[in-house]
Ligand binder design. Structure first.
Ligand SMILES: [Zn+2]
Length: 316
């Protein structure tokens, strides 16, 4: 089996902010992000799994997340693959050891909200409460600042940016430019990103998830179900093309996407079941295949990348 070159070291070729290669070009950056929620917390299953039943469901997120971290470490490249976990407060409160383990292995811990409430369903005070509680929960576990947030189902709204800054967050990663999912929010006022980072008027930074741009159209390519659907060779070509254009590829996944043995929600619609259960058994191998073929890329957490692009000090 062909084995790719060792993964590039994040601290190689340091020159000012971002690393540079011998020709003075900055190597592309791969931001691997994981939204840490369990199989019973996904938005598509909400009608069949009420919130007050979450506590009685089989918790699989710890084993799945540990397996994911172990697989990243087993890649064996010269550069450890450091990633950003956006964690639900609900999960963190029940599994504090998992959160400490993420941090101990050098990954970034950020917030995915507390109870997976979509932004448009929350009044301002409810949203503030959710953002404060989820951040506080993580900071209490880790004893250090938490800088980032990703809204459930990319449900960004302009007011989210204001409230995040009021709550002490430094960056948001909730914008997904794909318009084909009704839950995804819109953010018309976002300035054009530079290397995957947009500086917003109120001092917050936005790190949008990547997609492909083909003939003026946005093709969903950022991760999740589309990653599981698209053939791996084609997917990798898309990642490299987008990274060549933007300097960065911002990818997302969930721990339940590498778990083919999770309980089935049989009442859900055929479309939701297709989207949720597609290719779960191949997902982790496909991810490691992708990572091994991104030779020349730098792997970075969101806050690390943000600090290098902006020269701003981001603790997270
Ligand atoms: Zn989520």
């Amino acid at each position: 089996m062909h084995r790719a070159e060792p993964l590039a070291r994040a601290d190689e070729h340091q020159h000012g902010g971002l690393a540079q290669d011998a020709a003075g070009q900055e190597p592309p950056v791969f931001l691997l992000t994981v939204d840490v929620e369990d199989w019973f917390q996904v938005e598509n299953f909400k009608p069949w799994i009420p919130f007050d039943s979450w506590g009685s469901r089989e918790l699989r997120v710890v084993d799945n997340t540990l397996r994911l971290m172990d697989s990243l470490e087993a890649l064996g490249g010269s550069q450890p693959v450091k990633i950003t976990f956006f964690v639900l407060g609900w999960v963190a409160a029940r599994c504090p050891e998992l959160i400490r383990e993420m941090d101990a292995r050098g990954h970034e811990v950020a917030s995915h909200g507390y109870n997976h409430q979509l932004v448009p369903t929350c009044a301002d005070d409810e949203l503030t409460e959710d953002l404060v509680a989820s951040r506080q929960c993580l900071e209490d576990i880790l004893g250090k600042p938490v800088a980032g947030y990703r809204a459930p189902s990319f449900s960004i709204e302009p007011r989210l940016i204001r409230i995040l800054a009021e709550c002490g967050y430094r960056y948001d990663a909730s914008y997904n430019s794909y318009g084909g999912n009704a839950r995804y929010g819109s953010f018309d006022d976002m300035p054009p990103p530079d290397r995957g980072v947009a500086r917003l008027a109120n001092g917050l930074y936005e790190l949008p998830v990547s997609n492909l741009s083909v003939a003026g159209r946005t093709v969903p390519w950022g991760g999740g179900g589309f990653f599981r659907l698209i053939p791996k060779g084609l997917y990798i070509r898309g990642v490299k093309a987008e990274a060549a254009r933007d300097g960065v590829f911002h990818f997302y996944l969930h721990p339940w996407e590498i778990d083919p043995h999770q309980p089935r929600v049989r009442q859900a619609s055929p479309m939701f079941k297709f989207r949720h259960y597609l290719n779960l058994g191949h997902c982790l191998a496909k991810l490691t295949y992708l990572l091994k073929r991104l030779d020349g890329f730098v792997f970075s957490t969101c806050s690390e990348h943000l600090g290098k692009v902006t020269n701003d000090s981001i603790e997270g």
